[in-house]
Write a protein that binds this ligand. Structure first.
Ligand SMILES: C[S@@+](CC[C@H](N)C(=O)[O-])C[C@H]1O[C@@H](n2cnc3c(N)ncnc32)[C@H](O)[C@@H]1O
Length: 207
């Protein structure tokens, strides 16, 4: 079932690839603030999961070693063109965020922007991110979540099946997704739309 839902995501994001940048343009400031939370240093290896058209590339400090993965070739083709325009060397790969094929402990940092509300199994995705991060490595999440202690509003419950089908889930809670993943929340801040969007900095627990 997850496989079928994953394949469907590729269809929807192929369809929206040409207009994607316009749709998420209002989130630019949030995106920049989120990447700043990682405090990336030159030479650090950073993984962008569900990297899309590469809008995060604009905000990465020079000298970082960038790997970007995404399920949808049409999105990643745009990312490659963006990297070229920016003069950045990016290891861009078509890959499913449920099954990262990188060795354990291979990245210093990870960016998860607008992916945990999209990917069919976000629990599996964050566990994979924790696995490939080195102990003490950071992952920053920027996305929309219902606060853990709040009931999902009726409107979100009603619209969710349709919106999830079209591209993004609107009723996920971050606490249960991160529970037991090996990623611990270091900082959690509202980022817009009345706190519905959040920037959450996490760190992989040291063994
Ligand atoms: C809402 S877009 C976010 C793109 C980018 N992170 C951004 O901030 O603009 C969601 C992206 O996740 C990708 N995606 C969906 N399911 C995925 C999966 N299972 N593995 C990797 N990428 C996936 C889609 O192709 C799409 O590019």
């Amino acid at each position: 079932m997850t496989g079928l839902r994953t394949s469907w995501k590729r269809v929807t994001y192929t369809a929206c690839a040409p207009v994607y940048n316009l749709l998420v343009w209002p989130l630019s400031r949030m995106r920049r603030a989120s990447i700043q939370r990682l405090d990336l240093r030159p030479g650090e290896k950073v993984l962008i999961v569900g990297a899309g058209t590469g809008l995060d590339l604009d905000y990465l400090p020079s000298g970082t070693d960038i790997t970007a993965i995404d399920l949808t070739p049409a999105m990643l083709a745009r990312l490659r063109r963006r990297a070229e325009r920016l003069g950045l060397a990016v290891n861009a790969r078509i890959l499913d965020g449920h099954t990262l094929d990188f060795p354990d402990n291979s990245f210093d940092a990870a960016i998860l922007h607008l992916i945990l509300a999209v990917i069919p199994d976000p629990v599996r995705c964050v566990r994979e991110v924790a696995r490939v991060l080195r102990p003490g490595g950071r992952a920053v999440i920027m996305d929309k979540f219902i606060p853990d202690k709040k009931r999902t509003p009726a409107i979100a419950q009603m619209l969710n099946p349709v919106l999830d089908f079209l591209g993004t889930n609107v009723s996920r809670k971050l606490g249960p997704i991160l529970a037991g993943s090996g990623l611990e929340v270091v900082r959690d801040e509202p980022a817009g739309f009345f706190g519905y969007f959040r920037i959450v900095l996490t760190e992989k627990t040291r063994a």
